[in-house]
Ligand binder design. Structure first.
Ligand SMILES: Nc1ncnc2c1ncn2[C@@H]1O[C@H](COP(=O)(O)OP(=O)(O)OP(=O)(O)O)[C@@H](O)[C@H]1O
Ligand SMILES: [Mg+2]
Length: 389
């Protein structure tokens, strides 16, 4: 869980310091005040990039050369006092610096493993209505966080696929070289599929249970996994069957790179049938089930970044999502326009921290007086880190 956060030059957030973050953190304020920018900052801390595709440069405040987010993570679950500082800086020239526990790290995977994030925002609808790539990414995220062997296998698979496609694109095909890459690709691809299938089989029942909680009236939901090639074949056979088409068109047609998840409601495509609010609930169900599975398989849970939850949802369903988020034991950063939209949605005993966002400044409302406490007060977190160059 993140206990402290300091943001420099992220979009309209000039300098924001948040002390004593809670499990549930609500950011409310008018349009354009900076709520999504706070979530983007946390995302940058956990993923070293924006959650908007290809928009990382636009994270940097106009007129600045870089932006930086510092955070302090604490292992609250085990009761131990292990606190780990994290810092990510990005520059306009595209450089990225990541520090974890005071050490510079090169691999974003290490960062992702340290601070697993789930995003629920307007773009999350892509999970249902977008191209299969969004669903593969969803699947990969889940497998990555519960199966340690997945990442290395994934890298191996990508390497084999790239090499095989490169050969296929060449005019004169070296058949012996192609068969070597095909053999390695088949082996690696089969393993990727096995990891995904095992994960999916654990996820699907959790998704169903989660949906019963989020939308009891929405019955008949089914989740199906497609491995990316003919069901009746193993991957090696599928590659052999498509070798002519692959050669003709210069790339590998079948495989885990074509996998997908289908969501149906009473036998119909959920993307084409469900209302916008129902779609949002299904997306929440998928992501919440994923977070739940992750926390059961490994120590700690992920951090949820939920942008404008009340949009598209009626108050009852909004409350049901909040209940489910509360039940996960995950830390939540959630935004809304008016404080009242989310303030009283949480189970008794779980008091959210409230932050008012106004023109790039974030002010915490303290429980007793409900008066603003300027976010910039308190010790400077930056001094706790080795400064970034
Ligand atoms: N690179 C940038 N530099 C400075 N300001 C920026 C930059 N990018 C965006 N902004 C501004 O930051 C402000 C905050 O944007 P943000 O998306 O965080 O608002 P919000 O509070 O989430 O609003 P809404 O309720 O409409 O979703 C906007 O006014 C936006 O124009
Ligand atoms: Mg916003």
């Amino acid at each position: 869980m993140l206990t402290q956060l300091q943001i420099h030059h992220v979009r309209n957030l000039q300098q924001v310091t948040l002390q004593d973050l809670s499990r549930i953190n609500i950011f409310f304020g008018a349009n354009g005040s900076g709520k999504t920018s706070v979530l983007e900052s946390v995302h940058m801390l956990g993923m070293a990039r924006s959650f908007r595709q290809g928009a990382t440069r636009t994270l940097i405040q106009h007129g600045q050369r870089d932006c930086t987010v510092y955070g302090m993570t604490a292992d609250t679950g085990t009761g131990s006092a292990s606190r780990v500082p994290v810092a990510v800086q990005r520059t306009l020239t595209g450089e990225v610096q990541i520090k974890l526990g005071g050490q510079t790290i090169r691999s974003v995977a290490e960062l992702v493993e340290h601070l697993p994030l789930q995003v629920l925002n307007a773009a999350s609808f892509e999970l249902l209505t977008g191209a299969p790539a969004a669903r593969r990414q969803f699947l990969n995220w889940g497998v990555f966080h519960v199966e340690q062997r997945f990442f290395a296998e994934w890298q191996r698979f990508q390497r084999c696929l790239k090499q095989r496609n490169k050969l296929l694109r060449h005019g004169k095909l070296d058949h012996s070289e192609l068969s070597v890459w095909t053999r390695d690709l088949a082996k690696s691809g089969e393993r990727i599929h096995e990891f995904r299938l095992q994960y999916f089989e654990a996820l699907a029942p959790r998704f169903r249970t989660m949906m019963e909680q989020l939308s009891p009236s929405l019955g008949g939901l089914e989740l199906r996994y497609r491995k990316g090639w003919d069901r009746s074949l193993n991957f090696s056979e599928a590659l052999a069957a498509s070798v002519q088409a692959d050669t003709d068109q210069g790339y590998t047609h079948t495989g885990p790179q074509r996998a997908d998840i289908k969501v149906t409601a009473s036998g119909h495509s959920a993307a084409e049938t469900l209302s916008r609010g129902q779609q949002k609930l299904v997306v929440c169900g998928l992501k919440l089930a994923q977070g739940q599975l992750m926390s059961q398989k490994r120590q700690g849970s992920c951090v949820y970044l939920v942008d404008d939850l009340p949009a598209e949802l009626d108050a009852r369903h909004c409350g049901l999502v909040c209940d489910a988020l509360a039940g996960l034991q995950a830390q939540v950063f959630i935004t809304c326009v008016a404080k009242a939209d989310l303030e009283h949605m949480w189970p008794a005993g779980l008091k959210p921290a409230l932050f008012h966002v106004e023109r790039g400044a974030v002010v915490e409302l303290r429980e007793s007086e409900e008066t603003p406490v300027p976010g910039q007060e308190g010790p400077d977190l930056v001094t706790g880190f080795m400064p970034l160059p």
